[in-house]
Design a protein around this ligand. Structure first.
Ligand SMILES: Nc1ncnc2c1ncn2[C@@H]1O[C@H](COP(=O)(O)OP(=O)(O)OP(=O)(O)O)[C@@H](O)[C@H]1O
Ligand SMILES: [Mg+2]
Length: 393
């Protein structure tokens, strides 16, 4: 296992989580479609890449993993999906035909009939009724898979990112609803051979709750992924040390786990990386070194995702809450946090109460905060210190 920072862990770099993978496979075998929810950086992408690898180990099964971050509209989403299904060598004839249709539309040759953006894109008068829109072309691909012999797992990473982009496009909110409807219909119509897993660094659960669209994903089974347990973290550090010529003693591993507080693989990788670079082999120095200004970028995803995920007023409120809590290692009561938000000019008590309730749920779900005995505090010491140094003037 290499000491890789940032990218998803694949192959030999993946520290196995067999119990969780077995549970996921059991759910899928029971025909569930999964919404994987977890705080940021817990290892969702790495886990699902491994799930796909294991799924493919059975020759009959196919799996596709697609990251739809950066896809600008429904067409780009569907194009990526078709591309990946084709790479999995499923029904080559159908796929070649579907890819041909997509590339024709992409080149503007079929552009004459384009009326509206999205999957209702008409393919022109010549198309037969069954293949008259892009949506229908896709459906015939799914029908083919459903009638075939290969169970297919489709894992979609960063769907909420895509939905947030789509929402800002022309007629965005309506298109988001139509798109989620379409996906739901696919799941429900072709449900014997096709399994779905959704994941993302922004939770789909947060997105649909914010938009009041929960009913469009309520067929998905929620599966929660947590950070490593203390035992897993210990075995992880042991394996990391042994494969990187810096075996850690039991006492050292315990100290790293104690200081990191919340054992995310990402944080353990970071601390180990610092330790390797130090001559002193001092764990406290490794933590201090990790929080130096030039290293703060390691944690920037935690504030960038807030900017993407929330409206401007909610972003400001989240930053006010986190800016306040990073100065209080022992946490603060809800009333104190409410007072911080109420201190803004023209703050309306009812609205601020509602906003605080909503945001505290998301901040806990995404792994920023933890509530204990009525006090809210940063879940990770590293994250708290990062916030303090970066934003907590
Ligand atoms: N099982 C694992 N074995 C080894 N490293 C891991 C494992 N899980 C996560 N990591 C490490 O943690 C980091 C984050 O992992 P990953 O990208 O899979 O998390 P994520 O939950 O998808 O993150 P995000 O919320 O940003 O999308 C990666 O650098 C990866 O190397
Ligand atoms: Mg990810």
């Amino acid at each position: 296992m290499r000491n890789i920072i940032g990218n998803p862990a694949e192959g030999d770099d993946f520290f196995n989580r067999p119990i969780i993978l077995a549970k996921l496979r059991r759910e899928l075998d029971n025909l569930a479609n999964i919404l994987l929810v977890a705080p940021r950086r817990v290892g969702k992408t790495s886990l699902v890449i491994r799930l796909c690898e294991e799924w493919r180990a059975d020759q009959k099964r196919k799996a596709v993993f697609l990251n739809v971050e950066g896809r600008s509209d429904e067409f780009a989403f569907a194009e990526k999906l078709i591309d990946e299904l084709a790479k999995a060598r499923l029904h080559p004839e159908t796929m070649t035909w579907a890819m041909g249709v997509f590339s024709k539309v992409r080149q503007g040759l079929g552009g004459k009939g384009i009326k509206v953006p999205g999957l209702e894109v008409s393919l022109g008068e010549a198309a037969d009724a069954d293949h008259s829109t892009l949506g229908k072309v896709l459906e015939s691909v799914f029908r083919k898979i459903e009638e075939g012999d290969h169970p297919v797992l489709i894992a979609i990473d960063e769907l909420p990112e895509f939905l947030l982009t789509l929402q800002k496009a022309d007629d965005g909110p309506r298109r988001v609803i139509a798109f989620l409807h379409w996906l739901r219909e696919l799941r429900q119509t072709y449900r014997k051979k096709i399994r779905w897993v959704f994941l993302g660094s922004i939770g789909l659960d947060n997105f649909v709750e914010d938009q009041k669209l929960q009913k469009l994903i309520n067929d998905l089974q929620v599966f929660t992924l947590e950070a490593f347990s203390a035992d897993e973290a210990d075995a992880f550090l042991k394996a990391l040390g042994e494969s990187n010529e810096l075996p850690l003693t039991e006492v050292e591993r315990k100290e790293v786990i104690r200081l990191v507080g919340w054992p995310l693989a990402y944080h353990l990788h970071l601390v180990f990386h610092e330790l390797r670079d130090l001559e002193s082999r001092s764990i406290s120095t490794a933590f201090e070194s990790l929080l130096q200004p030039q290293k703060l970028a390691y944690f920037d995803t935690w504030h960038e995702r807030i900017d993407i995920q929330f409206s401007a007023p909610d972003t400001a409120a989240c930053k006010a809450i986190l800016g306040h809590l990073c100065k209080h290692p022992d946490g603060r009561e809800r009333g104190h946090i409410l007072a911080v938000l109420m201190a803004k000019p023209l703050a309306d008590m009812d609205k601020v109460e509602e906003q605080l309730g909503r945001l505290m749920i998301v901040l806990q779900r995404d792994g920023y905060l933890l509530e204990s005995a009525g006090r809210y505090a940063f879940r990770s010491f590293l994250l708290r210190e990062y916030w303090h140094r970066r934003h907590g003037q």
